[in-house]
Design a protein around this ligand. Structure first.
Ligand SMILES: *Cc1c(COP(=O)(O)O)cnc(C)c1O
Length: 391
């Protein structure tokens, strides 16, 4: 059987062995509810404390500033809605970027329906927000700036520290969706002026359905959920102990491996990028340097991303066109359109996202089949035929 080549780590990751071992006991022997008083609660309670310290250390936060949630999406919703409601008396204006994940964009649109105003900052051709634009967008009634750390489609890294400094200076809360960044590139919430940060376990070799929100000490936001006293009363619901323990273990491992692993991935990324750009009429989307070590996003002119994906799948290769959340819809990616790509080019885009299980052989396997796939699809493409005739 042919080996599966999984290059969709920005969509989700495989749970690594050490993490799986950490989480299993909490489904059998150590199944106690951490909020109870008897000794069965001891191990689960200790697991929550340990995970909070481990995740906190990864971003230079105190354990008591980490709140575990049910997902990255929940964390984004909580940060934005919670901050908007807590500061409604001061104003109802929010600043974000045009290339956010839908967990942020759709939350902003939700608030627009209840009287909030949102400014969507543009990006340059490489997908980067300008801190000057952010500063210019600030109004007396601005209560929150939310700009993502690393983009999930094109991997672009944003000037977080600079945007955070602007927010801090003007007394505005600053939130960043760091779901794609946590554990993959260095984050320091203190040095980077971050008030709130969202992350998710399943993008870091831990299970789906666990997230976290960092809330800087002293920052007050409203609850999203109402219920018990868990997570210091701010995020009620019986804790996902196994998932949280797993998240902590993944964070701990990432802390030690990040430098070496990001260099290894960047070398694979560059090898893949070089090979792909040898295919004619192909462009790299996003910034060539300021990007995640794992991300390659390319547009193949004259053809559709969906067709490429199907052919890759027949060869045992998993990749993505646009983001997983939008595939199934025929709209081109809002991120690629924000870069200024015309619809046709945005349609022919593929994202490869590398991870810890990928090797040089995987990269070479993609490069062995993709030129043929692209040529085959172009041979059937009316756009390509037109282009050839005009030449
Ligand atoms: C995956 C992702 C999310 C959503 O996280 P879930 O845990 O799947 O809800 C939010 N933002 C970004 C940038 C992501 O990549």
């Amino acid at each position: 059987m042919k080996k599966l080549v999984y290059m969709d780590n920005a969509a989700t990751t495989r749970v690594r062995k050490e993490v799986l071992e950490e989480l299993l006991p909490f489904y059998n022997d150590e199944y106690g509810n951490p909020s109870t008083v008897y000794s069965l609660a001891k191990a689960p309670k200790a697991a929550l404390d340990l995970a909070r310290r481990r995740v906190g250390r990864l971003i230079n936060a105190k354990p008591e500033e980490i709140f575990f949630t049910g997902s990255g999406t929940e964390s984004d919703n909580w940060a934005i809605i919670g901050a908007a409601r807590a500061r409604a008396a001061k104003g109802r204006h929010i600043i974000t970027s045009a290339i956010e994940h839908h967990a942020v964009l759709h939350t902003c649109q939700f608030l627009e329906k209840s009287g909030y105003e949102v400014t969507y900052l543009p990006v340059n051709g490489a997908g980067i927000v300008s801190p000057e634009d952010a500063a210019k967008a600030v109004r007396p009634d601005t209560v929150l700036i939310t700009v993502m750390f690393a983009n999930n489609e094109i991997g672009t890294l944003q000037p977080i520290r600079e945007i955070g400094a602007i927010a801090r200076e003007k007394g505005i809360l600053f939130h960043t969706d760091a779901v794609q960044a946590l554990g993959h590139i260095p984050i320091d919430v203190t040095a980077m002026n971050i008030d709130m940060l969202s992350a998710s376990a399943h993008k870091l070799y831990a299970p789906k359905g666990v997230g976290m929100l960092y809330v800087r000490k002293g920052v007050k936001i409203d609850n999203l959920l109402n219920g018990g006293a868990q997570e210091r009363g701010k995020r009620p619901s019986t804790e996902n102990v196994a998932g949280i323990a797993a998240f902590g273990k993944a964070a701990e491992l990432a802390m030690g491996e990040m430098d070496g692993e990001s260099n290894r991935l960047a070398a694979l990324r560059d090898r893949l990028t070089r090979g792909l750009l040898e295919i004619p009429h192909t462009r790299l989307n996003g910034d060539p340097v300021k990007r995640l070590p794992s991300n390659v996003n390319v547009s193949f002119e004259f053809i559709e991303g969906e067709g490429i994906l199907l052919h890759l799948d027949m060869n045992g290769i998993c990749a993505s066109s646009g983001s997983a959340c939008t595939s199934g819809s025929l709209d081109p990616s809002h991120v690629l359109l924000a870069l200024g790509l015309v619809h046709e080019k945005a349609h022919g885009s593929i994202r490869f996202s590398l991870g810890m299980f990928n090797t040089e052989d995987d990269v070479d396997a993609v490069l062995a089949v993709l030129p043929g796939i692209v040529q085959k699809l172009r041979d059937m493409s009316p756009l390509y035929e037109e282009f050839i005739k005009k030449r």
